[in-house]
Design a protein around this ligand. Structure first.
Ligand SMILES: [Zn+2]
Length: 366
């Protein structure tokens, strides 16, 4: 049995509530001092509910699916960075076994990315030759996943030759049916979108979340805010758009667009925040980005101009609530991270946790 953990200092529960201490007993949170405890580990500092990475591909490497040992190492890297809840935003590997591993973060799987041949990264997604097959594929991935489905909504169309540019993958009516099917199966839908052109169709279909969202126009931002649709900004990923453009010299139109979105990325994220859009924290780890980089993504969002307290809330309690996952409540799983200073004041402390506590056990930190 794990020792009792006694956290003293400031325990942040949500935007409005904090307490001075909590205990982790038999893996569970309690705010009442345990009557008998021989073996107590005391941690002093600022505690928050375990961090949440909503765009993190456990089971995906640069060239596609990875083996179990590699996926496990990815999940451990995320965990050690304080990420104790992951929504995977698509994985080509079956990672349902992660649910049975007490030492790994909690995982909300989205099944496989749904894309079309030559219209996404090779070996990443499930490629549908006929776009009309999307609703049926959504139904299958919804059954396979943990309440989310991932659709790739736009990608470069290289068949256009030198005019090759970002284009939607799916007709609008197919998207409408696909999202309805997901909802019928009790799953929410998130969509990869870089381009402005894919957004109206996604919104009309009733999509639940947008990944990247770099193409959102001022009107699109207003609409997304009005509908309460969160956007995962993935600034670590968008920070690579200039390198993607450099590699796409055969497609000057596309390269130019990627460069413009790269140059505007901080202003764009600030526009989202200022419009009242819920900006989510997602590292997009697993393809070209290393796992365990949530503090770096948080730092990018702060650099864009979102206040530290809002970014930390998005990386923790607010997004747990939005995903339907518990925070720090009496009897809830003791999943929390303790820092040496208040991360709401300076989010840089996220890079250096004193203690990472998962299911009531100290699994990382100084
Ligand atoms: Zn991704």
């Amino acid at each position: 049995m794990s020792p009792v953990i006694h956290v003293r200092g400031t325990v942040v529960l949500d935007d409005d509530r904090e307490v001075g201490e909590l205990w982790a007993v038999d893996g569970r949170v309690t705010f009442e001092r345990p009557r008998t405890a021989d073996d107590v580990v005391v941690v002093d500092g600022w505690a928050v509910p375990g961090l949440v990475d909503v765009h993190c591909h456990i089971g995906l490497g640069a060239d596609g699916p990875v083996d179990r040992d590699t996926a496990r190492a990815q999940a451990v890297a995320d965990r050690d960075a304080g990420t104790l809840l992951v929504r995977d935003a698509g994985s080509p590997a079956d990672t349902s076994w992660v649910h049975d591993r007490d030492d790994l973060p909690r995982l909300i799987r989205s099944g496989r990315h749904l894309a079309r041949p030559k219209r996404y990264l090779r070996h990443y997604g499930r490629e549908l030759a006929d776009p009309a097959d999307l609703p049926a594929a959504v139904a299958e991935e919804a059954e396979r996943g943990d309440g989310w489905v991932k659709i790739v909504a736009d990608w470069i169309d290289r068949d256009l030759g030198p005019d090759g540019d970002l284009r939607p993958l799916w007709p609008d009516d197919v998207l409408v049916e696909a999202v309805a099917v997901a909802h019928h199966h009790g799953a929410r839908v998130t969509a990869h979108t870089f381009a402005a052109e894919a957004v109206p169709g996604l919104l009309a279909a009733g999509v639940d979340c947008l990944e990247h969202g770099t193409g959102l126009t001022p009107e699109g931002i207003e609409e997304v805010a009005r509908r309460g649709i969160p956007v995962t900004a993935t600034l670590l990923q968008v920070g690579q758009f200039d390198a993607i453009a450099d590699a796409a010299h055969r497609y000057p139109v596309y390269a130019d667009r990627m460069r413009r979105m790269h140059a505007r990325r901080y202003q764009h994220v600030r526009d989202l925040h200022d419009a009242g859009v819920r900006v989510l924290v997602g590292t997009d780890a697993g393809g070209t980005i290393e796992h365990g980089r949530i503090a770096a993504e948080v730092a990018e969002l702060v650099r864009a101009g979102i206040p530290d307290a809002d970014v930390v809330a998005a990386a923790s309690w607010r997004t747990r609530d939005w995903l339907g996952a518990p925070g720090l409540a009496e009897g809830a799983s003791a999943d929390l991270v303790v820092y040496g200073a208040d991360p709401r004041v300076d989010a840089r402390v996220l890079a250096d946790p004193l203690a990472v506590v998962l299911r009531g056990a100290v699994v990382g930190g100084r």
